[in-house]
Design a protein around this ligand. Sequence first.
Ligand SMILES: CC(C)(COP(=O)(O)OP(=O)(O)OC[C@H]1O[C@@H](n2cnc3c(N)ncnc32)[C@H](O)[C@@H]1OP(=O)(O)O)[C@@H](O)C(=O)NCCC(=O)NCCS
Length: 323
Amino acid sequence: MRRAVVIGTGAYLPERVMTNADFESIVETNNQWIVERTGIEQRHIAAENEYTSDLAVHAGKQAIEAAGIAPDTIDLVIVATTTPDDTMPATATKVQYRLGITKGAAFDINAACSGFVYAMSVANGFIVSGQARRVLVIGAETYSRILDWKDRGTCILFGDGAAALLLDAKEQNGTNDDRGILFAGIHSDGQHTDWLRTNGGVSTTKTSGVMSMAGKEIYRNAITRMPEAVQEGMIALGLPLSAIDWLVPHQANLRILHGVGQKLHISEDKVIATVQKHANTSAASIPLALHIASHDGRIKTDQLLACPALGAGLTWGCFIIRW
Ligand SMILES: CC(C)(COP(=O)(O)OP(=O)(O)OC[C@H]1O[C@@H](n2cnc3c(N)ncnc32)[C@H](O)[C@@H]1OP(=O)(O)O)[C@@H](O)C(=O)NCCC(=O)NCCS
Protein backbone atom coordinates (compact mmCIF):
# COMPACT_ATOMS: atom_id res chain seq x y z
CA MET A 1 0.00 0.00 0.00
CA ARG A 2 0.98 3.65 -0.43
CA ARG A 3 2.38 5.30 2.69
CA ALA A 4 3.31 8.94 3.34
CA VAL A 5 7.02 8.78 4.15
CA VAL A 6 9.11 11.75 5.37
CA ILE A 7 11.92 12.47 2.88
CA GLY A 8 13.06 15.85 4.22
CA THR A 9 12.65 18.23 7.15
CA GLY A 10 13.29 21.94 7.65
CA ALA A 11 12.92 24.55 10.38
CA TYR A 12 13.29 28.26 10.90
CA LEU A 13 13.31 30.41 14.02
CA PRO A 14 13.49 34.21 13.70
CA GLU A 15 16.78 35.83 14.67
CA ARG A 16 15.55 37.81 17.67
CA VAL A 17 15.62 35.85 20.92
CA MET A 18 13.51 37.02 23.85
CA THR A 19 14.54 35.57 27.22
CA ASN A 20 12.38 35.23 30.34
CA ALA A 21 14.35 38.07 31.92
CA ASP A 22 13.24 40.32 29.03
CA PHE A 23 9.63 39.97 30.30
CA GLU A 24 10.47 41.38 33.72
CA SER A 25 10.24 44.94 32.38
CA ILE A 26 6.93 44.23 30.55
CA VAL A 27 4.78 42.30 33.07
CA GLU A 28 5.10 41.27 36.70
CA THR A 29 6.95 37.98 36.33
CA ASN A 30 10.38 36.45 36.70
CA ASN A 31 12.58 33.79 35.17
CA GLN A 32 12.14 31.38 38.09
CA TRP A 33 8.32 31.39 37.87
CA ILE A 34 8.35 30.84 34.10
CA VAL A 35 10.92 28.03 34.23
CA GLU A 36 9.24 26.25 37.16
CA ARG A 37 5.71 26.40 35.72
CA THR A 38 6.50 25.93 32.02
CA GLY A 39 10.12 24.88 31.44
CA ILE A 40 10.37 27.70 28.88
CA GLU A 41 13.70 29.59 28.84
CA GLN A 42 13.41 31.66 25.67
CA ARG A 43 11.38 32.24 22.52
CA HIS A 44 12.05 33.75 19.08
CA ILE A 45 10.15 36.81 17.86
CA ALA A 46 9.69 37.66 14.18
CA ALA A 47 11.01 41.02 12.97
CA GLU A 48 8.49 43.77 12.18
CA ASN A 49 8.68 43.10 8.43
CA GLU A 50 8.92 39.31 8.74
CA TYR A 51 5.68 37.43 8.13
CA THR A 52 4.37 33.89 8.62
CA SER A 53 4.95 33.19 4.91
CA ASP A 54 8.62 34.23 5.26
CA LEU A 55 9.11 31.77 8.13
CA ALA A 56 7.30 29.05 6.16
CA VAL A 57 9.40 29.62 3.02
CA HIS A 58 12.67 29.24 4.99
CA ALA A 59 11.46 25.96 6.55
CA GLY A 60 9.96 24.63 3.31
CA LYS A 61 13.10 25.42 1.28
CA GLN A 62 15.27 23.56 3.79
CA ALA A 63 12.99 20.49 3.67
CA ILE A 64 13.08 20.45 -0.15
CA GLU A 65 16.88 20.77 -0.17
CA ALA A 66 17.23 18.03 2.45
CA ALA A 67 15.12 15.72 0.29
CA GLY A 68 17.14 16.63 -2.81
CA ILE A 69 14.09 16.84 -5.06
CA ALA A 70 12.94 19.45 -7.59
CA PRO A 71 10.27 21.83 -6.17
CA ASP A 72 8.18 21.22 -9.27
CA THR A 73 7.58 17.62 -8.26
CA ILE A 74 5.54 18.71 -5.21
CA ASP A 75 1.82 18.60 -5.86
CA LEU A 76 0.34 19.88 -2.61
CA VAL A 77 1.41 22.53 -0.07
CA ILE A 78 -0.44 22.67 3.25
CA VAL A 79 0.36 25.43 5.73
CA ALA A 80 -1.03 24.90 9.22
CA THR A 81 -1.37 28.34 10.80
CA THR A 82 -3.59 30.44 13.02
CA THR A 83 -1.61 33.56 12.13
CA PRO A 84 -1.76 33.89 8.32
CA ASP A 85 -0.14 36.89 6.59
CA ASP A 86 -3.52 38.22 5.51
CA THR A 87 -7.14 37.12 5.62
CA MET A 88 -6.76 36.15 1.97
CA PRO A 89 -5.20 34.67 -0.04
CA ALA A 90 -4.16 31.58 1.89
CA THR A 91 -0.56 31.89 3.09
CA ALA A 92 0.13 28.51 1.46
CA THR A 93 -0.36 29.98 -2.04
CA LYS A 94 2.34 32.61 -1.42
CA VAL A 95 4.64 29.91 -0.05
CA GLN A 96 3.94 27.65 -3.04
CA TYR A 97 4.92 30.41 -5.48
CA ARG A 98 8.04 31.49 -3.59
CA LEU A 99 9.29 27.91 -3.40
CA GLY A 100 9.01 27.54 -7.18
CA ILE A 101 6.15 25.03 -7.05
CA THR A 102 4.03 25.55 -10.13
CA LYS A 103 1.56 22.67 -10.12
CA GLY A 104 -1.02 21.15 -7.83
CA ALA A 105 -2.72 22.99 -4.98
CA ALA A 106 -2.01 24.96 -1.81
CA PHE A 107 -4.21 25.75 1.17
CA ASP A 108 -4.09 26.68 4.86
CA ILE A 109 -5.49 24.74 7.79
CA ASN A 110 -6.49 26.40 11.04
CA ALA A 111 -6.82 24.05 13.99
CA ALA A 112 -4.74 26.25 16.34
CA CYS A 113 -2.14 24.22 18.25
CA SER A 114 -3.46 20.97 16.71
CA GLY A 115 -2.90 22.40 13.22
CA PHE A 116 0.05 20.23 12.33
CA VAL A 117 -1.71 17.01 13.33
CA TYR A 118 -4.73 18.06 11.25
CA ALA A 119 -2.47 18.91 8.29
CA MET A 120 -0.66 15.55 8.51
CA SER A 121 -4.00 13.76 8.62
CA VAL A 122 -5.18 15.59 5.49
CA ALA A 123 -1.84 15.05 3.71
CA ASN A 124 -1.99 11.34 4.55
CA GLY A 125 -5.47 11.11 3.05
CA PHE A 126 -4.29 12.75 -0.17
CA ILE A 127 -1.29 10.42 -0.46
CA VAL A 128 -2.96 7.13 0.49
CA SER A 129 -5.89 7.82 -1.85
CA GLY A 130 -3.51 8.59 -4.71
CA GLN A 131 -4.70 12.18 -5.10
CA ALA A 132 -1.20 13.54 -4.40
CA ARG A 133 2.27 12.07 -4.45
CA ARG A 134 4.50 14.68 -2.81
CA VAL A 135 3.07 16.91 -0.09
CA LEU A 136 4.92 19.68 1.73
CA VAL A 137 3.38 20.12 5.18
CA ILE A 138 4.43 23.27 7.02
CA GLY A 139 3.51 24.60 10.45
CA ALA A 140 4.21 28.34 10.60
CA GLU A 141 3.20 30.91 13.19
CA THR A 142 3.76 34.48 14.34
CA TYR A 143 1.87 34.32 17.64
CA SER A 144 3.72 37.41 18.86
CA ARG A 145 1.20 39.35 16.71
CA ILE A 146 -1.87 38.08 18.60
CA LEU A 147 -0.53 38.06 22.15
CA ASP A 148 -1.90 40.32 24.85
CA TRP A 149 1.43 41.72 26.04
CA LYS A 150 -0.21 42.86 29.28
CA ASP A 151 -1.42 39.35 30.23
CA ARG A 152 1.40 37.57 32.08
CA GLY A 153 -0.60 34.33 32.03
CA THR A 154 -0.29 33.99 28.24
CA CYS A 155 2.36 36.31 26.75
CA ILE A 156 5.24 34.35 28.31
CA LEU A 157 4.07 31.06 26.80
CA PHE A 158 4.31 31.60 23.04
CA GLY A 159 6.91 32.23 20.34
CA ASP A 160 7.26 32.50 16.56
CA GLY A 161 8.65 29.83 14.24
CA ALA A 162 8.09 27.43 11.38
CA ALA A 163 9.00 23.87 10.45
CA ALA A 164 8.23 21.54 7.57
CA LEU A 165 8.04 17.88 6.64
CA LEU A 166 8.16 16.79 3.01
CA LEU A 167 6.09 13.64 2.49
CA ASP A 168 6.48 11.28 -0.45
CA ALA A 169 4.23 8.37 -1.51
CA LYS A 170 6.16 5.11 -1.14
CA GLU A 171 4.88 1.61 -1.85
CA GLN A 172 5.07 -0.45 1.38
CA ASN A 173 3.87 -3.86 2.63
CA GLY A 174 0.83 -2.59 4.53
CA THR A 175 2.11 -3.68 7.97
CA ASN A 176 3.11 -1.84 11.16
CA ASP A 177 6.74 -2.27 10.08
CA ASP A 178 6.17 0.09 7.12
CA ARG A 179 7.85 3.47 7.14
CA GLY A 180 5.52 6.48 6.99
CA ILE A 181 2.26 7.57 8.60
CA LEU A 182 0.58 4.50 10.14
CA PHE A 183 -2.27 6.34 11.86
CA ALA A 184 -3.76 9.83 11.95
CA GLY A 185 -6.77 10.68 14.10
CA ILE A 186 -8.30 14.12 14.65
CA HIS A 187 -11.06 15.34 16.96
CA SER A 188 -12.82 18.54 17.99
CA ASP A 189 -15.42 19.65 20.51
CA GLY A 190 -16.74 23.17 20.02
CA GLN A 191 -18.48 23.61 23.36
CA HIS A 192 -15.46 25.27 24.97
CA THR A 193 -14.39 27.78 22.33
CA ASP A 194 -14.04 30.45 25.04
CA TRP A 195 -11.24 28.59 26.88
CA LEU A 196 -8.65 29.66 24.29
CA ARG A 197 -9.57 32.37 21.84
CA THR A 198 -8.89 35.81 20.44
CA ASN A 199 -11.23 38.65 21.34
CA GLY A 200 -11.88 39.46 17.72
CA GLY A 201 -11.59 38.42 14.11
CA VAL A 202 -12.44 39.27 10.54
CA SER A 203 -16.21 38.90 10.75
CA THR A 204 -16.72 40.01 14.34
CA THR A 205 -14.50 43.01 15.06
CA LYS A 206 -12.69 43.34 11.70
CA THR A 207 -9.40 43.03 13.60
CA SER A 208 -7.38 39.97 14.48
CA GLY A 209 -7.86 40.42 18.23
CA VAL A 210 -5.57 39.26 21.04
CA MET A 211 -5.45 35.95 22.83
CA SER A 212 -6.90 34.92 26.17
CA MET A 213 -6.81 31.52 27.84
CA ALA A 214 -8.35 29.60 30.71
CA GLY A 215 -4.97 28.09 31.65
CA LYS A 216 -6.14 25.47 34.12
CA GLU A 217 -8.89 24.08 31.84
CA ILE A 218 -6.50 23.88 28.90
CA TYR A 219 -3.88 22.22 31.09
CA ARG A 220 -6.35 19.63 32.38
CA ASN A 221 -7.65 18.82 28.92
CA ALA A 222 -4.15 18.65 27.44
CA ILE A 223 -3.01 15.96 29.86
CA THR A 224 -6.22 13.98 29.28
CA ARG A 225 -6.92 14.34 25.56
CA MET A 226 -3.39 13.91 24.27
CA PRO A 227 -2.84 10.53 26.03
CA GLU A 228 -6.30 9.41 24.83
CA ALA A 229 -5.37 10.31 21.26
CA VAL A 230 -2.13 8.31 21.47
CA GLN A 231 -3.98 5.33 22.94
CA GLU A 232 -6.62 5.52 20.20
CA GLY A 233 -3.89 5.24 17.56
CA MET A 234 -1.99 2.42 19.22
CA ILE A 235 -5.19 0.42 19.76
CA ALA A 236 -6.14 0.93 16.10
CA LEU A 237 -2.72 -0.40 15.09
CA GLY A 238 -2.86 -3.27 17.58
CA LEU A 239 0.44 -2.19 19.14
CA PRO A 240 1.34 -1.84 22.85
CA LEU A 241 2.36 1.59 24.17
CA SER A 242 5.81 0.09 24.80
CA ALA A 243 6.34 -0.04 21.01
CA ILE A 244 6.65 3.77 20.94
CA ASP A 245 10.30 4.81 20.58
CA TRP A 246 9.62 8.55 20.99
CA LEU A 247 6.68 10.56 22.22
CA VAL A 248 6.78 13.90 20.37
CA PRO A 249 3.84 15.94 21.71
CA HIS A 250 2.82 19.49 20.86
CA GLN A 251 5.45 21.61 22.63
CA ALA A 252 3.23 23.73 24.90
CA ASN A 253 4.89 23.48 28.26
CA LEU A 254 7.31 21.02 29.88
CA ARG A 255 4.88 20.07 32.66
CA ILE A 256 2.27 19.12 30.05
CA LEU A 257 4.82 17.09 28.07
CA HIS A 258 5.83 15.12 31.16
CA GLY A 259 2.20 14.80 32.28
CA VAL A 260 1.27 13.21 28.95
CA GLY A 261 4.25 10.84 29.22
CA GLN A 262 3.30 9.83 32.77
CA LYS A 263 -0.28 9.00 31.79
CA LEU A 264 1.05 6.74 29.06
CA HIS A 265 3.77 5.19 31.30
CA ILE A 266 6.39 6.52 28.90
CA SER A 267 9.55 7.59 30.72
CA GLU A 268 10.84 11.16 30.44
CA ASP A 269 13.89 10.07 28.46
CA LYS A 270 11.56 8.94 25.65
CA VAL A 271 9.72 12.27 25.44
CA ILE A 272 11.15 14.81 22.99
CA ALA A 273 11.06 18.26 24.59
CA THR A 274 12.35 21.31 22.71
CA VAL A 275 9.88 23.84 24.15
CA GLN A 276 12.57 25.24 26.47
CA LYS A 277 14.28 26.93 23.51
CA HIS A 278 11.34 28.15 21.41
CA ALA A 279 8.25 28.20 23.70
CA ASN A 280 4.85 27.26 22.27
CA THR A 281 4.94 27.87 18.51
CA SER A 282 1.45 26.38 18.03
CA ALA A 283 1.18 24.53 14.69
CA ALA A 284 4.96 24.75 14.19
CA SER A 285 5.86 22.99 17.43
CA ILE A 286 5.65 19.29 16.51
CA PRO A 287 7.61 19.62 13.24
CA LEU A 288 10.17 21.80 15.05
CA ALA A 289 10.67 19.07 17.65
CA LEU A 290 10.87 16.41 14.91
CA HIS A 291 13.40 18.44 12.93
CA ILE A 292 15.61 19.18 15.94
CA ALA A 293 15.55 15.63 17.35
CA SER A 294 16.13 13.94 13.99
CA HIS A 295 19.13 16.23 13.38
CA ASP A 296 20.72 15.76 16.79
CA GLY A 297 20.59 11.98 16.32
CA ARG A 298 17.85 11.08 18.80
CA ILE A 299 15.19 10.15 16.24
CA LYS A 300 16.46 7.50 13.82
CA THR A 301 15.09 5.88 10.69
CA ASP A 302 12.53 3.10 11.38
CA GLN A 303 11.71 4.32 14.89
CA LEU A 304 8.05 4.62 15.89
CA LEU A 305 6.90 8.11 16.93
CA ALA A 306 3.60 9.20 18.49
CA CYS A 307 2.79 12.89 17.97
CA PRO A 308 -0.29 14.17 19.84
CA ALA A 309 -1.56 17.76 20.09
CA LEU A 310 -4.34 19.79 21.67
CA GLY A 311 -5.39 23.32 20.85
CA ALA A 312 -8.12 25.94 20.76
CA GLY A 313 -11.51 24.72 19.65
CA LEU A 314 -10.97 22.43 21.41
CA THR A 315 -9.17 20.44 18.76
CA TRP A 316 -6.92 17.46 19.39
CA GLY A 317 -5.49 14.39 17.73
CA CYS A 318 -2.41 12.30 17.10
CA PHE A 319 -0.42 10.91 14.21
CA ILE A 320 1.77 7.86 14.54
CA ILE A 321 4.64 7.60 12.11
CA ARG A 322 7.53 5.25 11.49
CA TRP A 323 10.40 7.63 10.70
C1 LIG B 1 -0.49 29.05 32.32
C2 LIG B 1 -0.01 28.09 33.38
C3 LIG B 1 1.50 27.87 33.22
C4 LIG B 1 -0.27 28.68 34.75
O1 LIG B 1 0.22 27.82 35.75
P1 LIG B 1 -0.64 27.53 37.04
O2 LIG B 1 0.19 26.69 37.92
O3 LIG B 1 -1.98 27.02 36.59
O4 LIG B 1 -0.76 28.96 37.66
P2 LIG B 1 -2.10 29.74 38.02
O5 LIG B 1 -2.83 30.10 36.79
O6 LIG B 1 -2.81 28.94 39.08
O7 LIG B 1 -1.48 31.00 38.64
C5 LIG B 1 -0.82 30.95 39.90
C6 LIG B 1 -0.41 32.34 40.23
O8 LIG B 1 0.64 32.74 39.36
C7 LIG B 1 0.30 33.98 38.76
N1 LIG B 1 0.89 34.06 37.43
C8 LIG B 1 0.36 33.75 36.24
N2 LIG B 1 1.24 33.98 35.26
C9 LIG B 1 2.37 34.42 35.85
C10 LIG B 1 3.63 34.82 35.39
N3 LIG B 1 3.95 34.81 34.09
N4 LIG B 1 4.56 35.21 36.28
C11 LIG B 1 4.29 35.22 37.59
N5 LIG B 1 3.11 34.87 38.11
C12 LIG B 1 2.16 34.48 37.25
C13 LIG B 1 -1.19 33.99 38.71
O9 LIG B 1 -1.67 35.31 38.62
C14 LIG B 1 -1.53 33.35 40.04
O10 LIG B 1 -1.43 34.32 41.04
P3 LIG B 1 -2.49 34.35 42.25
O11 LIG B 1 -2.35 33.02 42.92
O12 LIG B 1 -2.04 35.51 43.04
O13 LIG B 1 -3.82 34.54 41.59
C15 LIG B 1 -0.74 26.73 33.31
O14 LIG B 1 -2.10 26.90 33.61
C16 LIG B 1 -0.63 26.10 31.97
O15 LIG B 1 0.42 25.63 31.61
N6 LIG B 1 -1.75 26.03 31.20
C17 LIG B 1 -1.74 25.52 29.87
C18 LIG B 1 -1.11 26.52 29.01
C19 LIG B 1 -0.82 26.06 27.64
O16 LIG B 1 0.16 25.43 27.43
N7 LIG B 1 -1.67 26.42 26.70
C20 LIG B 1 -1.51 26.18 25.35
C21 LIG B 1 -1.95 24.82 25.04
S1 LIG B 1 -2.22 24.69 23.33
